[in-house]
Every structure is written in C-alpha cells, then in structure tokens.
Design a binder for this molecule. Structure first.
Ligand code: GDP
Ligand code: MG
Length: 604
C-alpha cells in the first residue's frame, strides 16, 4: 500500500453511544469478520468488558476497503469512553489523522463527547461527526446536529446520520473516512521510526507492541532499539491486526500494526516510546504524559497463604496495564499486601474484577484515597524525606498538623451536561461536595452544560452514581485534573471496640469530618454482622471520639431452626455459614466482611 491509500482513524464517543457497535459493522462490511457470526462488540475481548458492556482497552483493526475501484487500508482503533480510560483515547489519537466522533441521536452531546472532541481537536485531527441510533423512536438528529454545530463549530451538514445497529448509512462513514481524513504523511524514505501506542503481554510470546510507523520501514529480522531504555531487540514477528494478528514481512510508514521483538516486560515497550533501527538512530517522538494515578487503595490477600499467588496475579495484570502503580504495603490486621494507584474508581473496580475473574484471586480492597500533599514545617522531617513537599497515598502516613505548614488536596475541573429540569438538584449536590461553579451555558433550549471545580476526594467514590440517580440517568459527567488547592485536612480514625483499624483510616476535610465519621460508623454498623459480643464502632480525631454506633451481641446458631435429623439440610446450612465466614476478615476479635472496607465511604 502506498501511503495515499492508507487512513488511520479512531472512534471516540461518550460511553454507550455505539462505538463498538459501529466498529462491528465496519469490520463486517470490509469482510474482516463474518456477518452471520452475530458478532457483538467483537473488539471487547476481556470478560469484564463483556460483563459490563463497556470497552476498557483500546483495540486496533486493519480493514481493506474498496472504494471507486481502489483498495484502501483503513486502520481503526476502537477506544473506551469512560473518563478513567481517557489516557487510552489520547494515545490512540496520536496514531491517527482523523476521528469519528459518535453522538447518540437521542441523548445528544454528553460530557465525554466534549472531552473527547477536545482531545482530537487539540491534536489537530480531522473530526467526522456521526449521529448514531437514528432508528430510535426518540431520535432527534436535527437537535443533535445543532448541538454539534454550536459546541464544536462543525457545520451541521457534515454530520453523517446512521444506525450502527441496523447498518443504515454506515457505507457513508467509510466513504467519509477515505474522502475527509488525510492520509498519513509519506516518509517511506526516512529512517525507520515508530510510535508504541499500546502494548500487551502474552505468556508465550512476550510483549506484543502496537505501533504506528511514522517513517521508513521495518522487516522481520531487523535490529531495533527502543529509545526509552536504549536496548536492542531483534524483530521476530510483525504484522497487521485485522483484528486478529496477521503476519506480514514488513510494516512501512503510515501503517499501524503489531511487533514482537523478544521484549519480556511491558516496561521495555513503554507506551509513547519510539522504536528505530540500530544503525539509524532518530530523535524520539514526544511521547505521552504518563497516566497519573488519582485513586489509591490497599489490596490484600483474603488469607496470607494466598500472598504469593496474588503477587504473581498482580504482576501479570500490571504487565498489561502500565497505568497501575504498585507499592508494597503491610497492615497489622491484613498482613502483607500492596498499595495500588489507579486512574479512577472504575479503573480500580475493573482491575479488581479482572484479578478475580482472570486469575481467580480473592482480594480485600481498602477504602480508596486520593493523593494528598503536605508541606512540611519540621526541619527534621524535611531532611528525612529529602524535600519539603510530600505526597500521601496512605492515610496511615498522614503527618500531624504540628509538623505541617499546609495541606493540599487534588482538584479536578468537572463538566456536567444535563436536561435543565435537573439543574437545581445538581447544583445542590455540587455545593454539598464543596464544589465551585466556574461556568454554566445552555447547549440548546433544554440542555445545560456546567463546569465545576471539585475536590477530587468528593467525587471519587459515589458522586457519579448520585448524579445519575438524581437525574434519572440523564446527566453525564467528565473531569480533568486541575492541580492542587490548599485544604484544611484531618485524619479520621475508626475504632472497633476501642482498637483503631488502620485499614479504615481516612483523610477528611475538617468541615466534613463529623458527617463523614458518622456515615462511616452507620455503614459499618450495617455491614458488620452481629457477633457473640457487643461491638462499639467509633470515629475519632486523635483521642476525641466524634461519632459512635453499637452493634448488639447476637448468638448466631444456624442449627437452632433445624430440629429433627435432617442431616442434608444441616450440612447445607453449615456450608452456607462457612461460605459466609470465608468472606470475613478478623480485626481484633471482630469479623468484618471484606467489602465493608471499600463500601464504608459511600454516602447515601
Ligand atoms: P460504546 O460504549 O460506545 O462502545 O457503545 P456500544 O457499541 O457498546 O453500544 C451501546 C448500546 O447501544 C448497545 O446496547 C448497542 O446495542 C446500542 N446501539 C448501538 N448502536 C445502535 C443503533 O444504531 N441503534 C440502536 N437502537 N441501538 C444501538
Ligand atoms: Mg465500546
């Protein structure tokens, strides 16, 4: 293929607007997958993606398309829509010249539509707006067209109106890809230069790097260098993704494909890294900002005997997801474990679910926390840490006020798009989360877009769910990092029968300490089953108790109900009780269900 017959594009959209469905149609129409397969979201390969109906990992597929007697090679990258996986979108974009921006004809422009549009716009890519789901009874493509015009300054006539589900007008999308998106710049005579925009790890074959070739060509057997580590590798295999791997002899400028070169760890094929020929070094591509972890939580094996197993599961899973940061950690009650950093709460839940599903691991996850900072005032501590400013990812390590001149909390700029009937409720919710309104505009006669500056910890756990429920599912939300602000923070301890439980320690804003402490005690009261003795659940700041709940004693005798000699029923009940126990963790003498650690921060 000469470069002018190549188009590299990705599909971006708010979650559920139909990216994966459109990708399926495009794959079918170009013969990459059979129509009769009843293939659904074929690019969503992971089980969690299938369970949740969301795309977590961007996927790549090369399509062959005949247009006016010419064959074209179209490289399609399907991307995830959820805010936590935005970094997947950014890196897909850097391998493309254009995007299909999908908008649901019924829901219209949503918060992630805006965020994704700006990612593409700032990268100077051609944006093809596609209004999907025109088959829906409540579809209003005209309204959506004018929202697109108003917000993105794209003439409404440029919108392609389709039904990805039924295949209506999907042909026009392929035509637009060829006609409107420019081919990649032909630099076939340049030295070989490729961007690693994704990488995954396969137990048998090592690292598989997805690359976009920007210059020259690479062939099997070539000796290549990865700019980041400066290590040399021999290319064992390369090819196109259609979407299954399809070996070829070489890849050249403008193409997108995969490469296997004996790398043993995804760290050797870092996302954003540049590959070049050993004999022809080139200047490295600018690469990406590393994904920044925004939510930290402890992860522990259910039982210490499972430590090694869990360690290798975490290692293997992070081989495929370099955005997770891992640090060893230990706690008195939960033993040896790790402190992991994630891009957001959904990212953390997905990681956890993958550990359980793909590696059969059983884990306890502690309440999530955001990365706070403290400016130290104690000369001794400054010397110890080597700097004045420290980042706190574990509440247990929160330094006392007496050695700190200022605490800082991370803030984000949030975008909410909602039908205007819900604005009142949403504004109250935002105010209750210490948010500051920055902007509010109508995007059409019924829909409002609001911008708020939020302390990250106020939205991390449950904000999204609440926003959804108080707007009957209509409001959408997205956010971007906005640095740090000064905050009056305190450490809140939780005590069970007078013993502080490290794993439940949290950092709270001073104004919110009482409500948070009370809510945590109430949650624990509900979550911890009655036991043979009374349990006091307390929240305390230092030695001052600020909230308390009591769990009454209860002798749980499951066999009491079972008179007579019905052995099988007895066994069943005992088994059930044993299973219940398995999900419990002993803290002192108190049995705590494992999900209590993470649920304790959710508010009603
Ligand atoms: P993604 O999150 O953007 O990848 O969205 P999906 O492709 O997973 O689609 C989300 C939901 O919308 C699925 O239930 C699809 O079946 C449905 N959907 C996608 N396209 C259409 C369409 O053109 N018409 C209708 N009625 N439903 C669609
Ligand atoms: Mg999808």
């Amino acid at each position: 293929f000469t470069t002018d017959r190549i188009r590299n594009f990705c599909i971006i959209a708010h979650i559920d607007h139909g990216k994966s469905t459109l990708a399926d149609r495009l794959l079918e129409m170009t013969g990459a997958i059979a129509k009769s397969d009843r293939n659904k979201q074929v690019l969503d390969k992971l089980q969690v993606e299938r369970d949740r109906g969301i795309t977590v990992k961007a996927q790549t597929a090369s399509l062959f398309y005949n247009h006016q007697g010419q064959q074209y090679l179209l490289n399609l990258i399907d991307t995830p829509g959820h805010v936590d996986f935005n970094y997947e979108v950014s890196r897909s974009i850097s391998a493309c010249q254009g995007v299909l921006l999908i908008v649901d004809a019924n829901q219209g422009v949503q918060a992630q539509t805006v965020a994704n549009f700006y990612l593409a716009f700032e990268a100077e890519l051609t944006v093809i707006p596609v209004i999907n789901k025109i088959d829906l009874k409540n579809a209003d493509p005209e309204r959506v067209g004018s929202q697109i015009e108003k917000l993105f300054d794209i003439p409404r006539e440029e919108c392609i109106k389709i039904s990805a589900k039924l295949g209506t007008n999907v042909e026009k999308v392929l035509e637009a890809v060829v006609d409107r998106i420019p081919p990649p710049v032909a630099r076939t005579d340049d030295p070989f230069k490729a961007l690693v925009f994704d990488s995954s790890f396969n137990h048998y074959r090592g690292v598989i790097a997805n690359i976009a070739v920007f210059g020259g060509q690479v062939r099997k057997g070539d000796r290549i260098v990865s700019a980041h580590l400066g290590k040399t590798y021999e290319v064992n295999e390369l090819g196109l993704l259609r979407p299954e791997e399809h070996q070829t002899q070489g890849l050249s400028a403008g193409q997108v494909g995969y490469i296997i070169a004996g790398m043993k760890d995804v760290k050797e094929a870092q996302i954003g890294d540049t590959l070049y020929h050993r004999e022809q070094p080139v200047e490295a591509l600018p690469g990406f900002k590393p994904a920044r972890a925004m939510v930290f939580a402890g992860m522990y094996p259910m039982d210490q005997s499972e430590y090694q197993g869990l360690r290798s599961a975490i290692e293997r899973l992070t081989l495929n997801d370099s955005s997770v940061s891992v640090q060893r950690d230990s706690s008195i009650a939960l033993g040896a474990g790790w402190r992991l950093g994630f891009l957001g709460l959904l990212h953390m839940e997905v990681f956890n679910q993958r550990l359980e599903q793909e590696y059969n691991a059983s884990v306890i996850v502690t309440a999530p926390t955001v990365p706070y900072k403290a400016i130290l005032s104690s000369a001794k501590l400054i010397k110890e840490h080597g700097s004045e400013e420290i980042t706190i990812v574990n509440p247990v390590q929160f330094p006392d006020r007496s050695v700190v001149s200022e605490y800082l909390e991370p803030v984000v700029l949030g975008t909410i798009i909602t039908p205007d009937t819900y604005t009142g409720k949403i504004i109250s919710l935002c105010l209750s989360r210490r948010a500051v309104q920055k902007n509010m505009v109508y995007i059409d006669d019924q829909r409002v877009m609001m911008k708020y500056l939020f302390p990250l910890n106020e939205i991390v756990v449950d904000f999204y769910d609440l926003l959804k429920s108080l707007s009957s599912g209509y409001a959408s939300f997205d956010y971007e990092n906005a640095g740090y602000q000064s905050a009056d923070l305190i450490k809140l301890d939780i005590l069970l029968n007078g013993l502080p439980v490290e794993e439940l320690t949290t950092i709270a804003h001073k104004d919110r300490a009482y409500t948070t402490g009370k809510a945590m005690c109430e949650r624990l009261q509900d979550a911890i089953p009655r036991q043979m003795f009374e349990i006091a659940v307390q929240a305390a700041i230092g030695s001052k108790v600020i909230a308390r709940e009591t769990i009454k004693a209860y002798r749980k005798n499951v066999l009491a109900k079972c008179y007579g000699g019905d052995i099988s029923r007895k066994m069943k009940l005992l088994k059930k009780q044993a299973e219940g126990k398995k999900k419990m963790r002993l803290i002192g003498r108190v049995e705590v269900p494992k999900d209590a650690f993470i649920n304790v921060l959710k508010r009603d």
